[in-house]
Every structure is written in C-alpha cells, then in structure tokens.
Design a protein around this ligand. Structure first.
Ligand code: SF4
Length: 583
C-alpha cells in the first residue's frame, strides 16, 4: 500500500494496478496465460500456443478446442461441460442478462449506486484519494505489520500516476534489439511510402507462379497451398532482378507457422503468423539492406535453430520466392505486388559481361583491394564486359567499404555482392555454389582475394577459342612479405612493374599439385558447373584440387595461358582462407 511508505517512494510502488498497466511488466491476460504454461513441458506449450493462435480463425479450431483440455490434463471435466454448454447455450434460462435503465440519468444514478456498493467494502480506504490505484491493504502480512493511513484529496485514477517519469532500464539483450530496430526505421518509412505512393512495377497474377514440387490450386485472384507435413514450401521465383525492390504479399485463409520470402537455400526472410491474415512487405534498398514489415509493424526475421539463414543484407541479384513453413492444412496467398524505382525498372541496358570474377573473401579485404585494382588496370580490354561477384560476410572486415570505394572509382565495372551469415565463412564450396547463379558471363573465373592479375590476363583470355572450357594461368609467383607490404601500402603499382616483380625475390611455382589447376585461379565456362559441383566441404582444404581434377577428368586437360603468370600476395601463413586475422 502507498500509505506504508514515504511519499518519495511512491514511484517505486507496484500494486496489481501498476503491474498490469506498466509496459515494464505484463498485460494481465498474457501474465495469467504464462503462469498457466509454466506447468507444462515445451512440446505441450508449443501445441497450446498454436491452438490459441488458431482459435476462432480456422475450421480446425473445434477439434483444437477438444484437444486443448486433454493437453491441459482435464479431459474428464472439460468435455462434458463443453457439450453441456453447446446444448444449452440457446436456452432462455441461461441468458441471465440484466436490462439497462432506460435513460442516461437513470444510468448515471445506477453507476453511483454500484460505486457506493463497491466502496462500502473498502472500509477505511473508501475515502483515500489513492483507492483506485492501490490494492488497499490486500496483503495480510502488510496489514498486520502496518497501520493503513488514508489521505484525502481528489481521487487519482491513472495507475501510472507516480510512475510516469521514472527512468527505464533495459538489459543488454533489449538494448541490442532496440538498436537493431532503430536502424530499420528509415527503411520502414521508405517501404511504406513506396507501397502507398508509387506505381507498382509488377502485379503477379496467380497463374504467374506455382508451388514448387507440389500441386498448385488456383482460385480467383489467389493461390491455395495445401500441406500435410511440417517443412517449407516455396513458390517458383516471382521475378529476377536487382535491388532495390519492394514486395508485398497477403497471406490468409488458413494458418502456417512461418510466412515470408526465400532467396535460395541459404536465405529465408520469414516471420511467425500470429493472426488470421497478414500483409507482409519486404523492402530492399539499392545496397541490399532490407526490412520485413508485418501488418505495418517492423518484425525481425525468424532465426532458425542450427542454421543461419538471415544475412545482414541481400545479394545483388534477387530471385524472390514466397516461403511458407509448417502449413496447418491450407493457406492462401494473394495480392502479390512488386515495386521498383522507375529508372531501375525500365530494364537493364548494360552490356552482357564476358567474364565474371568470383571471389570468396573472409577477412582478406586488404588484399582484395590490390586484387580488384589488378582487374581495373587490365590492358586492351573493355572493362564494361567484366563483372565481379564477391561472396563475403558483411561486418566481418572492411570488404563492404572496399567494394563501395571500388564501385565509386570504377563505375564501369559491375560489382555484385553475395553476402552470407558468419556460420558459412569456412564453407568455400557452399559459398561458391550459392554465388554461381549471380555470375551472368559465359566465363566464370574463380579467384582468391590475394591474387594480383597479369595486366594482359583478360586480353589473353578473350582470344580463347569456343571449344576450350577450362583455363589456368601459367603458374604463380609467391611474393615476399616485404614486396606484399609495399603493394598493400600503394608504394608499388603492380600493373606498372609486373615483369620486375616476376624477376624479383619470391618463390616461383609454375606447375604444382600434380599439375592440376588449383583454386587461386580457375577459369571455367559456365557449362562446366552444370556438370561439376564445387565440393562442399565444411573446410577449405583440398576442395579446389578435387574440383580441378574433376574438370580435367570430364573435359580434358586445361588450357594454360602461356606467358601469363599471376602474383600471389603473402599473407603470413598457409591459412589463406577463412583467416582469423584481418589481412
Ligand atoms: S487506499 Fe488504503 S491502503 Fe491504499 S494508500 Fe490509501 S489508505 Fe493506504
């Protein structure tokens, strides 16, 4: 009770009125529900939550209502009661409503009577100005130890009257969440404004997509998804494009555990379904940063146990699909609309690239910069025909920064980011296989981030005949730490003194690994990857050699670029991939 403490402590007092209205605590129904769940094991809690979510929204809810009491361990009592209620709810004698007075003044009188009746039970507290926000000594221990001391004055009705201005504290977990969400607010505004005020780029009709590997039931203006298993179902791609992109889809007419979007096997941007229907908006800006909006509220995508499927940003080639997890029988998708800024949606008028460089870069941003510069300084080749795909983990090192600078300095060379979450950073094969769809050129050049190209590399590659599918450089020169440092600091510009560097100190490796072209630079025509998958080990060792050998065995010996060796920057050890240090 307020009256047992000094008035200066009033803002710290929490009675039941404050407990259920202060946002630091709980809403009453949620608190009581949580108290009830506390007694159950997790699998039962999960079932109860699913049933509560579906209550009154699914035609299965009748069955759920019968199963729920069984789960709650009161089947014997509940089922006959439920049946009795069903059979008798229409009978007049059960409708014990009281009629209201006929006019307003009678209603007001009635209210005063009811208040007096109630306040009569409050005893000494009935004249206290805190009686509407206090438990009035409803605690035998306190009442036995302290004397209640009512104060007169205008009654206070706001339960948070004393708590309005107290400082709020949050734990680190909440702080991190709050900062995550605050970064999303600008994206949220952009997304909502786009859907409200911009003309759609595409409206996807039901017949424009189908459910992959499953019967698709078309309805007027919608697609119905049926499922009797718990896994993911996804649609065929809704489009192929690049960021920016905004997608809106309405889910309803059933229930599923997770709904949202898929961007391939390793990216799932989904969220739980918590109501009868949801409108989801996924807004992706030109850099691939995104926000998921469920019914006009930001929602952080679901993180899956044991699988990192939510990267900080999306790749720069997008093939969005609808993704639905654990459908409860059926669900309907409709109203699929896509937006893109006008100038972007007019169509891609750039030249089709001839060469796609594919880097996998984990903490090698320092060396990646030197490697990219060696592409930018190729001689006698139109760099508009080059694209560079970089598979990397955002925020792990300065790769994003390096790519931003490179794009700004060399706008004619297209950079395509292929971001992954950190759990994949040592799975080189996975990163390569997942990034290959982003490579649009006929040639894919798998290259390490610590390789500096010969200035005539591309002009020589350009002369290769159409019957050659696999090409490798004429060996590599392992540069010393001193030379590497000078290159990284910009004191040596390799494209200006390549021959001098080749003749300088360092080990020369013309043929190695039994003559099989290995991973520092393997050039393959696109069709090679249709027959041979890059080995998907969860470590880097040997995968490049196995891949090179498979290509040689399938397509015949590689073509060597005679007189075109590469420079290999030193990185202080053999752990060249997935480095723990920033190199
Ligand atoms: S309502 Fe009763 S218990 Fe509460 S502060 Fe007033 S006198 Fe004390």
């Amino acid at each position: 009770p307020f009256c047992v403490l000094e008035p200066s402590c009033s803002n710290s007092i929490v009675n039941s009125y404050q407990f259920y209205t202060d946002s630091d605590f709980y809403t009453q129904s949620a608190f009581e529900f949580a108290q009830m769940l506390w007694n159950f094991r997790t699998y039962k809690i999960r079932k109860i939550l699913e049933m509560k979510l579906r209550e009154k929204i699914s035609f299965h809810s009748g069955i759920d209502n019968m199963v729920l009491p069984w789960i709650l361990n009161h089947p014997g009592l509940y089922i006959p009661l439920w049946a009795w209620h069903k059979l008798t709810r229409h009978l007049k004698w059960r409708r014990n409503y009281e009629t209201l007075p006929e006019n307003t003044s009678q209603i007001e009188q009635r209210i005063i009577q009811e208040q007096k009746k109630r306040e009569k039970n409050w005893g000494i507290c009935s004249n206290c100005f805190l009686r509407y926000i206090c438990d009035k000594g409803d605690n035998p221990f306190l009442v036995s130890q302290f004397k209640l001391n009512p104060s007169s004055g205008n009654p206070i009705r706001n339960p948070l009257y004393f708590r309005s201005y107290i400082p709020r504290y949050s734990v680190r977990v909440d702080e991190e969440k709050r900062s995550k969400f605050s970064k999303l607010e600008q994206l949220y505004e952009e997304g909502i404004q786009t859907t409200l005020h911009h003309r759609p780029w595409k409206e996807i009709a039901p017949e424009d997509y189908k459910i992959e590997n499953r019967m698709t039931h078309y309805m007027p203006g919608a697609v119905r998804w049926f499922a009797f298993n718990c896994g993911e179902l996804q649609s065929t791609p809704l489009c192929k494009t690049e960021p920016p992109l905004t997608i809106s889809v309405t889910f309803g007419g059933g229930f599923a555990e997770q709904i949202g979007f898929s961007f391939g096997a390793h990216i799932k941007i989904v969220c739980p379904m918590i109501a009868q229907s949801h409108k989801l908006i996924l807004h992706i800006n030109e850099k691939g940063h995104y926000v998921l909006i469920r019914d006009k509220e930001i929602i952080y995508p679901t993180e899956f146990f044991n699988a990192s499927l939510v990267p900080p940003r999306l790749p720069q080639k997008l093939e969005p699909r609808i993704s639905v997890w654990n459908i409860d029988g059926e669900i309907v998708t409709q109203g699929i609309t896509l937006w893109k800024p006008e100038k972007v949606s007019e169509g891609d008028k750039t030249i089709k690239p001839k060469f796609s460089f594919l880097y996998v870069c984990s903490r090698y941003s320092n060396r990646l910069r030197a490697s990219l510069l060696s592409i930018a300084h190729q001689r006698q080749f139109d760099l508009n025909q080059v694209e560079i795909v970089v598979a990397y983990v955002p925020d792990l090192d300065a790769t994003d920064d390096v790519l931003d600078c490179f794009e700004s300095a060399f706008p004619n060379i297209k950079i395509i980011r292929s971001p992954f979450s950190q759990s994949y950073w040592k799975s080189k094969g996975f990163l390569i296989n997942a990034s290959l769809p982003l490579c649009s050129a006929d040639w894919v050049i798998l290259i390490d981030a610590d390789i500096v190209l010969h200035p005539n590399f591309l002009s020589t590659m350009d002369k290769i005949g159409p019957d050659i599918p696999f090409v490798a450089p004429d060996g590599r020169k392992m540069l010393t730490p001193e030379t590497t440092s000078q290159i990284l600091l910009g004191l040596i510009r390799p494209w200006e003194q390549y021959d001098t560097l080749m003749e300088g100190p360092g080990e020369w490796r013309r043929r190695e690994a039994d003559g099989i072209p290995i991973g520092y630079c393997q050039c393959c025509r696109k069709e090679v990857f249709q027959k041979i998958k890059y080995p998907d080990f969860n470590h880097f060792e040997g995968a490049d050699w196995f891949f090179g050998r498979s290509v040689v065995q399938t397509f015949g010996p590689e073509h060597r670029l005679t007189g075109i060796p590469l420079l290999h920057l030193d990185h202080g050890g053999s752990q060249w991939y997935g480095s723990q240090k920033h190199r």
